[in-house]
Design a protein around this ligand. Structure first.
Ligand code: NAP
Length: 235
Protein backbone atom coordinates (compact mmCIF):
# COMPACT_ATOMS: atom_id res chain seq x y z
CA UNK A 1 0.00 0.00 0.00
CA UNK A 2 1.25 3.53 -0.80
CA UNK A 3 2.17 5.73 2.14
CA UNK A 4 -0.48 8.37 2.89
CA UNK A 5 0.46 11.87 1.78
CA UNK A 6 0.93 13.92 4.94
CA UNK A 7 0.92 17.48 3.56
CA UNK A 8 -1.82 19.62 5.04
CA UNK A 9 -3.65 20.29 1.77
CA UNK A 10 -4.57 17.30 -0.37
CA UNK A 11 -6.85 17.09 -3.41
CA UNK A 12 -8.13 13.89 -4.98
CA UNK A 13 -9.02 14.50 -8.64
CA UNK A 14 -10.99 11.69 -10.23
CA UNK A 15 -10.31 11.56 -13.98
CA UNK A 16 -6.98 13.37 -14.18
CA UNK A 17 -5.29 11.47 -17.02
CA UNK A 18 -5.50 14.39 -19.50
CA UNK A 19 -7.51 17.48 -20.39
CA UNK A 20 -8.91 19.67 -17.63
CA UNK A 21 -8.37 17.12 -14.85
CA UNK A 22 -4.65 16.83 -15.56
CA UNK A 23 -4.31 20.60 -15.94
CA UNK A 24 -6.06 21.19 -12.60
CA UNK A 25 -3.74 18.67 -10.95
CA UNK A 26 -0.74 20.58 -12.34
CA UNK A 27 -2.15 23.94 -11.22
CA UNK A 28 -2.82 22.69 -7.69
CA UNK A 29 0.66 21.17 -7.46
CA UNK A 30 2.15 24.49 -8.62
CA UNK A 31 0.19 26.15 -5.80
CA UNK A 32 1.74 23.82 -3.23
CA UNK A 33 -0.99 21.19 -2.96
CA UNK A 34 -0.46 17.46 -2.91
CA UNK A 35 -2.63 15.79 -5.53
CA UNK A 36 -3.83 12.25 -5.93
CA UNK A 37 -5.03 11.92 -9.52
CA UNK A 38 -6.79 8.92 -10.98
CA UNK A 39 -6.41 7.30 -14.39
CA UNK A 40 -8.12 4.24 -15.81
CA UNK A 41 -6.33 1.44 -17.61
CA UNK A 42 -2.61 0.83 -17.72
CA UNK A 43 -1.56 3.19 -20.54
CA UNK A 44 0.84 6.01 -19.84
CA UNK A 45 -0.94 9.39 -19.73
CA UNK A 46 -0.03 13.09 -19.43
CA UNK A 47 -0.62 12.68 -15.67
CA UNK A 48 2.31 10.26 -15.57
CA UNK A 49 4.52 12.93 -17.20
CA UNK A 50 3.29 15.43 -14.62
CA UNK A 51 3.98 13.00 -11.77
CA UNK A 52 7.52 12.53 -13.09
CA UNK A 53 8.03 16.30 -12.83
CA UNK A 54 6.39 16.60 -9.37
CA UNK A 55 7.33 13.33 -7.66
CA UNK A 56 6.79 14.75 -4.18
CA UNK A 57 3.36 16.26 -4.96
CA UNK A 58 1.53 13.94 -7.38
CA UNK A 59 0.41 10.38 -6.67
CA UNK A 60 -1.41 8.30 -9.28
CA UNK A 61 -4.32 6.01 -8.47
CA UNK A 62 -6.60 3.94 -10.68
CA UNK A 63 -10.37 4.11 -11.13
CA UNK A 64 -12.86 3.64 -13.94
CA UNK A 65 -15.84 5.49 -12.49
CA UNK A 66 -18.29 3.24 -14.33
CA UNK A 67 -16.95 0.17 -12.49
CA UNK A 68 -18.44 0.35 -8.95
CA UNK A 69 -16.49 -2.71 -7.80
CA UNK A 70 -13.29 -0.61 -8.11
CA UNK A 71 -14.48 1.84 -5.44
CA UNK A 72 -13.96 -0.21 -2.27
CA UNK A 73 -10.37 -1.19 -3.22
CA UNK A 74 -9.61 2.48 -3.99
CA UNK A 75 -11.06 3.49 -0.62
CA UNK A 76 -8.87 0.88 1.03
CA UNK A 77 -5.76 2.19 -0.75
CA UNK A 78 -6.63 5.74 0.37
CA UNK A 79 -7.35 4.80 4.00
CA UNK A 80 -5.64 7.25 6.33
CA UNK A 81 -5.79 10.17 3.89
CA UNK A 82 -7.57 13.32 5.00
CA UNK A 83 -8.72 14.97 1.80
CA UNK A 84 -9.31 18.72 1.67
CA UNK A 85 -10.80 18.42 -1.81
CA UNK A 86 -12.51 15.55 -3.63
CA UNK A 87 -13.23 16.62 -7.21
CA UNK A 88 -14.82 14.35 -9.82
CA UNK A 89 -13.75 15.67 -13.19
CA UNK A 90 -14.27 12.55 -15.34
CA UNK A 91 -16.91 12.90 -18.03
CA UNK A 92 -17.79 11.95 -21.57
CA UNK A 93 -20.02 12.95 -24.49
CA UNK A 94 -21.42 11.22 -27.55
CA UNK A 95 -21.04 14.49 -29.51
CA UNK A 96 -24.36 13.75 -31.18
CA UNK A 97 -26.45 16.63 -32.48
CA UNK A 98 -29.44 14.34 -33.07
CA UNK A 99 -32.74 15.08 -31.27
CA UNK A 100 -33.13 13.05 -28.08
CA UNK A 101 -35.73 10.70 -29.61
CA UNK A 102 -33.20 9.54 -32.21
CA UNK A 103 -30.38 8.80 -29.77
CA UNK A 104 -29.43 5.10 -29.62
CA UNK A 105 -30.26 3.60 -26.22
CA UNK A 106 -26.69 2.47 -25.60
CA UNK A 107 -25.36 6.01 -26.23
CA UNK A 108 -27.89 7.35 -23.75
CA UNK A 109 -26.91 4.77 -21.13
CA UNK A 110 -23.17 5.31 -21.62
CA UNK A 111 -23.33 9.10 -21.24
CA UNK A 112 -25.83 9.08 -18.38
CA UNK A 113 -23.97 6.38 -16.41
CA UNK A 114 -20.61 8.14 -16.82
CA UNK A 115 -21.71 11.74 -16.28
CA UNK A 116 -24.66 11.49 -13.88
CA UNK A 117 -24.68 8.24 -11.90
CA UNK A 118 -20.99 7.43 -11.54
CA UNK A 119 -19.82 10.76 -10.04
CA UNK A 120 -22.32 10.37 -7.21
CA UNK A 121 -21.29 6.76 -6.66
CA UNK A 122 -17.70 7.95 -6.35
CA UNK A 123 -18.67 10.71 -3.93
CA UNK A 124 -20.79 8.45 -1.74
CA UNK A 125 -18.02 5.84 -1.62
CA UNK A 126 -15.20 8.26 -0.74
CA UNK A 127 -16.81 11.18 1.11
CA UNK A 128 -15.77 9.92 4.55
CA UNK A 129 -12.14 10.63 3.52
CA UNK A 130 -12.95 14.35 3.13
CA UNK A 131 -12.36 16.57 6.15
CA UNK A 132 -15.51 17.98 7.82
CA UNK A 133 -14.75 21.42 6.36
CA UNK A 134 -13.45 20.16 3.02
CA UNK A 135 -14.89 20.51 -0.48
CA UNK A 136 -16.63 17.91 -2.61
CA UNK A 137 -17.04 18.99 -6.22
CA UNK A 138 -17.97 17.71 -9.65
CA UNK A 139 -17.26 19.06 -13.12
CA UNK A 140 -20.68 19.95 -14.44
CA UNK A 141 -21.31 22.12 -17.51
CA UNK A 142 -23.18 25.25 -18.46
CA UNK A 143 -25.05 22.89 -20.76
CA UNK A 144 -26.57 21.34 -17.64
CA UNK A 145 -28.53 24.53 -16.98
CA UNK A 146 -32.21 24.00 -17.76
CA UNK A 147 -32.85 27.76 -17.61
CA UNK A 148 -30.14 28.55 -20.17
CA UNK A 149 -31.11 25.83 -22.64
CA UNK A 150 -32.58 27.88 -25.44
CA UNK A 151 -31.04 26.10 -28.43
CA UNK A 152 -30.92 22.34 -27.70
CA UNK A 153 -28.01 20.47 -29.36
CA UNK A 154 -25.94 17.81 -27.54
CA UNK A 155 -29.18 16.76 -25.94
CA UNK A 156 -27.98 13.62 -24.12
CA UNK A 157 -24.93 15.44 -22.79
CA UNK A 158 -27.09 18.33 -21.58
CA UNK A 159 -29.48 15.91 -19.95
CA UNK A 160 -26.64 14.03 -18.24
CA UNK A 161 -25.22 17.21 -16.69
CA UNK A 162 -28.69 18.41 -15.63
CA UNK A 163 -29.21 15.00 -13.99
CA UNK A 164 -25.79 15.27 -12.34
CA UNK A 165 -26.81 18.64 -10.91
CA UNK A 166 -30.07 17.19 -9.60
CA UNK A 167 -28.30 14.21 -7.98
CA UNK A 168 -25.81 16.57 -6.34
CA UNK A 169 -28.68 18.64 -4.95
CA UNK A 170 -30.23 15.47 -3.56
CA UNK A 171 -26.88 14.51 -2.04
CA UNK A 172 -26.62 17.98 -0.50
CA UNK A 173 -29.99 17.60 1.23
CA UNK A 174 -28.76 14.41 2.91
CA UNK A 175 -25.71 16.02 4.55
CA UNK A 176 -26.03 16.03 8.32
CA UNK A 177 -23.23 18.57 8.72
CA UNK A 178 -23.63 21.87 6.85
CA UNK A 179 -19.90 22.64 7.12
CA UNK A 180 -18.72 21.05 3.89
CA UNK A 181 -18.49 22.97 0.61
CA UNK A 182 -20.26 21.34 -2.33
CA UNK A 183 -19.57 22.56 -5.86
CA UNK A 184 -20.87 22.01 -9.37
CA UNK A 185 -18.40 23.74 -11.69
CA UNK A 186 -19.27 24.94 -15.21
CA UNK A 187 -15.87 25.46 -16.84
CA UNK A 188 -16.93 27.12 -20.12
CA UNK A 189 -16.33 25.71 -23.59
CA UNK A 190 -12.66 24.71 -23.68
CA UNK A 191 -10.46 23.18 -26.41
CA UNK A 192 -9.92 19.60 -25.18
CA UNK A 193 -10.67 16.22 -26.76
CA UNK A 194 -14.21 16.58 -25.41
CA UNK A 195 -14.64 20.30 -26.11
CA UNK A 196 -13.29 20.08 -29.67
CA UNK A 197 -11.30 22.52 -31.81
CA UNK A 198 -14.04 25.16 -32.15
CA UNK A 199 -14.11 25.95 -28.42
CA UNK A 200 -13.19 29.58 -27.67
CA UNK A 201 -11.06 28.96 -24.56
CA UNK A 202 -7.72 27.19 -24.10
CA UNK A 203 -6.91 24.84 -21.24
CA UNK A 204 -3.99 27.09 -20.27
CA UNK A 205 -6.09 30.25 -19.80
CA UNK A 206 -8.99 28.37 -18.18
CA UNK A 207 -7.28 26.24 -15.57
CA UNK A 208 -6.12 29.00 -13.19
CA UNK A 209 -9.67 30.40 -13.22
CA UNK A 210 -11.18 27.00 -12.44
CA UNK A 211 -8.76 26.39 -9.58
CA UNK A 212 -9.44 29.92 -8.26
CA UNK A 213 -13.19 29.16 -8.19
CA UNK A 214 -12.58 25.79 -6.50
CA UNK A 215 -10.34 27.25 -3.80
CA UNK A 216 -12.56 30.31 -3.28
CA UNK A 217 -15.52 28.04 -2.65
CA UNK A 218 -13.55 25.91 -0.18
CA UNK A 219 -14.79 27.12 3.19
CA UNK A 220 -18.18 28.30 1.88
CA UNK A 221 -20.93 26.14 3.28
CA UNK A 222 -23.39 24.28 1.11
CA UNK A 223 -23.87 23.68 -2.61
CA UNK A 224 -23.25 26.14 -5.45
CA UNK A 225 -23.37 25.84 -9.27
CA UNK A 226 -20.66 28.27 -10.41
CA UNK A 227 -19.09 29.26 -13.72
CA UNK A 228 -15.40 29.84 -14.50
CA UNK A 229 -15.61 33.35 -13.03
CA UNK A 230 -17.21 32.21 -9.80
CA UNK A 231 -20.64 33.50 -10.85
CA UNK A 232 -23.76 31.41 -10.08
CA UNK A 233 -25.22 29.55 -13.06
CA UNK A 234 -29.04 29.37 -13.11
CA UNK A 235 -30.27 25.85 -12.46
N1 NAP B 1 -14.03 20.90 -22.54
C1 NAP B 1 -15.20 21.53 -22.39
O1 NAP B 1 -15.57 22.42 -23.18
C2 NAP B 1 -16.09 21.20 -21.23
C3 NAP B 1 -17.20 22.02 -21.00
C4 NAP B 1 -18.04 21.73 -19.95
C5 NAP B 1 -17.77 20.66 -19.12
N2 NAP B 1 -16.69 19.86 -19.36
C6 NAP B 1 -16.47 18.73 -18.47
O2 NAP B 1 -15.14 18.75 -18.00
C7 NAP B 1 -14.73 17.42 -17.67
C8 NAP B 1 -13.38 17.13 -18.30
O3 NAP B 1 -13.53 17.22 -19.69
P1 NAP B 1 -12.33 17.56 -20.69
O4 NAP B 1 -12.83 18.64 -21.56
O5 NAP B 1 -11.04 17.72 -19.98
O6 NAP B 1 -12.34 16.23 -21.58
P2 NAP B 1 -11.23 15.16 -21.96
O7 NAP B 1 -9.95 15.82 -22.31
O8 NAP B 1 -11.90 14.29 -22.95
O9 NAP B 1 -10.98 14.35 -20.59
C9 NAP B 1 -11.96 13.54 -20.06
C10 NAP B 1 -11.39 12.91 -18.80
O10 NAP B 1 -12.40 12.09 -18.19
C11 NAP B 1 -11.85 10.78 -18.00
N3 NAP B 1 -12.88 9.77 -18.04
C12 NAP B 1 -13.85 9.61 -18.96
N4 NAP B 1 -14.58 8.52 -18.67
C13 NAP B 1 -14.05 7.98 -17.53
C14 NAP B 1 -14.36 6.86 -16.73
N5 NAP B 1 -15.35 6.03 -17.04
N6 NAP B 1 -13.61 6.63 -15.63
C15 NAP B 1 -12.59 7.45 -15.31
N7 NAP B 1 -12.23 8.51 -16.03
C16 NAP B 1 -12.96 8.78 -17.14
C17 NAP B 1 -10.85 10.63 -19.14
O11 NAP B 1 -10.00 9.54 -18.89
P3 NAP B 1 -9.35 8.65 -20.08
O12 NAP B 1 -8.08 9.35 -20.47
O13 NAP B 1 -9.12 7.32 -19.45
O14 NAP B 1 -10.34 8.59 -21.20
C18 NAP B 1 -10.19 12.00 -19.11
O15 NAP B 1 -9.26 12.08 -18.04
C19 NAP B 1 -15.87 16.50 -18.14
O16 NAP B 1 -16.70 16.19 -17.04
C20 NAP B 1 -16.63 17.37 -19.12
O17 NAP B 1 -17.99 16.99 -19.25
C21 NAP B 1 -15.84 20.11 -20.40
Amino acid sequence: MSQPITDTRIALIIGASRGLGCAMAAELADRGWSVIGTVRGSARTPLHDLADRHRERIRIEHLDITQPEELAPLHERLAGQQLDVLFVNAGTTNNEQTPIGAVPTQDFVDVMVTNALSPLRVIEALDDLVTPTGLIGVMSSGQGSITNNTNGLREVYRGSKAALNMFMRSYATRQTSADRSLLLLAPGWIRTALGGDDAPYTVEESTPLLVDVLLSHLGSKGLAFLDRNGQPVPW
